[in-house]
Design a protein around this ligand. Structure first.
Ligand code: ADP
Ligand code: MG
Length: 269
């Protein structure tokens, strides 16, 4: 099985600039990394370091300025036709920070998830669509009868975040790009979402790119950490190596900003 050896996702010198002339920002610059099926990789970095731009590039919601994206070795950088993007989104799905903004306010939970199923090639019967929607809501720990016919404003932040996960999962993706999915949740709900990511990996061997500005959360869920600084990947490695023996000055500073963590791992300064 050659495919299983190949990384699920690989980027090569992926770059994206915004603006023109003097005003140019290198939001993502020469980012190269890979992620295997069943692996959870955290992307950490302060606000403005390019994490969300990277997420949007990987989801093919934004075109790179340079570089390549490979999915199981297949170059997907130039996908543009609706049909090709739809098949890409069967494999790669995203969840975002602001779940309220991510939803059409005029769609019930059921409608939003059924819409998500439109990326599938197969024409599903309405009972099959409903079955998949219900299974997906159950998988993220929601009570189907309680949420199925509700509108976004009728749900709590925690419920909405799970509905967004369900919307991504309903198509059966192999890669989930999660852009700060917990940052608008309070602490107790955060752990639930992180545990859900761990469950998904275990149950479906899903690859997950988990974006966070919180090293504690990265430590909790991930196998490897990528550190971004001003659009560049300044350090990457196994979570324990990066947290106990950070090489880059920026990573060392990030660690000293997390007192609980630096105590646990020995003060890096
Ligand atoms: N659509 C855009 N137009 C112009 N600049 C942008 C756009 N999106 C992001 N940027 C800039 O790119 C940089 C990285 O932003 P972002 O990817 O949102 O970082 P993060 O998610 O790490 O906070 C920032 O300087 C931001 O202002
Ligand atoms: Mg962001």
């Amino acid at each position: 099985m050659k495919q299983t050896q190949m990384p699920l996702l690989e980027t090569r010198d992926l770059s994206r600039t915004f603006g023109h002339g003097e005003q140019t920002v290198d939001a993502v610059k020469d980012v190269s990394f890979s992620l295997q099926a069943g692996e959870i990789v955290a992307v950490v970095g302060e606000s403005g370091s390019g994490k969300s731009t990277l997420a949007r590039l990987l989801l093919r919601l934004l075109d790179p300025t340079a570089g390549r994206i490979l999915l199981y070795g297949r170059d997907v950088t130039k996908l543009r036709r609706r049909k090709d993007l739809k098949s890409y989104w069967q494999q790669v799905q995203g969840v975002f920070q602001d779940s309220f903004a991510a939803f059409n306010q005029f769609y019930t939970v059921r409608r939003a998830l059924e819409k998500s199923l439109n990326v599938l090639d197969a024409r599903l019967s309405s009972s099959e669509r409903l079955r998949r929607v219900e299974a997906s809501l159950t998988e993220v720990g929601l009570d189907v009868a309680d949420v199925l016919n509700k509108w976004p404003h009728q749900l709590s932040g925690g419920q909405l975040q799970r509905v967004m996960m369900a919307r991504a999962l309903v198509v059966g993706p192999e890669l989930l790009i999660a852009d700060e999915p917990t940052s608008m949740l309070d602490a107790s709900l955060r752990v639930t979402v992180l545990n859900l990511l761990l469950d998904l990996r275990k149950r479906h061997n899903m690859g997950i790119l988990f974006i966070t500005h919180d090293l504690g959360q990265a430590n909790y869920v991930s196998d490897r950490i990528l550190v971004m600084y001003h659009g560049e990947l300044v350090e990457q490695g196994p979570v324990d190596t990066v947290l106990t023996d950070p090489q880059h000055g920026y990573t060392q500073r990030l660690l000293t900003d997390v007192p609980r963590l630096s105590r646990k791992y020995g003060d890096p300064s």
